[in-house]
Design a protein around this ligand. Structure first.
Ligand code: ZN
Length: 208
């Protein structure tokens, strides 16, 4: 059966290298190449992070199409080529999604971060909640302070000895991640790592 690219809708060329080894292809080679998979390591505070793709206009627009235009079909395109690798790397971690404002999730009909990362089929903990529509791009000092009030953690949760994989779509300032890390540590999380789709380049103090 003919397969069509989930991004550009062109017919996928069945002679491509990926097609020869894998059956469930979703992207044409053009779109896949435009995604610029890079696997870049970074740190936020002393927490190790990994971003899968280079931050480009292409990935920015793709995330917007998925998150802002509710194109749910795109949920699988971000991770499908790396599922085996990522499942092995994080097999004993509990996944925690960076939350969106719940009203936005209701409007969208899905949580976009969860939709992307639940394809990893890791054990999950839905313990973070975002209580207002604070935007990560409002990254003034006041923004930092405010974000501490908008993200909260399930008070009853106990994370002692648990390994946590904190996941998000695009990281800009890292302030949401930092706040979430503090909350997870306050509940006894032993090891925390971060996995994101892409991370913007910036030279803010909390990032190295
Ligand atoms: Zn395509």
């Amino acid at each position: 059966m003919d397969k069509f690219c989930k991004i550009c809708f062109k017919r996928i060329n069945d002679n491509s290298l990926y097609n020869l080894i894998k059956k469930e292809n979703m992207l044409c080679e053009d779109c896949f190449n435009k995604l610029h998979a890079k696997f870049i390591r970074f740190k936020i505070g002393n927490i190790k992070g990994l971003s899968i793709y280079e931050y480009t206009d292409f990935i920015k627009e793709l995330i917007y199409k998925f998150k802002g235009c509710y194109d749910y079909e795109l949920k699988d395109v971000f991770l499908y080529r790396y599922l085996t690798f990522l499942k092995l790397k994080y097999h004993n971690f509990y996944i925690v999604y960076i939350p969106s404002y719940y009203i936005d999730d209701e409007r969208r009909g899905f949580n976009h971060v969860r939709a992307i990362f639940e394809t990893l089929k890791l054990k999950e903990l839905s313990i973070l909640r975002k209580n207002s529509a604070h935007k990560q791009s409002d990254h003034s000092a006041i923004g930092r302070r405010q974000i501490k009030d908008v993200i909260s953690i399930d008070e009853t949760v106990q994370l002692k000895d648990k390994k946590i994989l904190l996941v998000d779509d695009i990281v800009t300032t890292g302030s949401t991640l930092l706040t979430s890390i503090e909350l997870l540590k306050s509940k006894g999380a032993k090891t925390i790592e971060i996995l994101v789709i892409a991370k913007t380049k910036n030279k803010r103090k909390e990032e190295y």
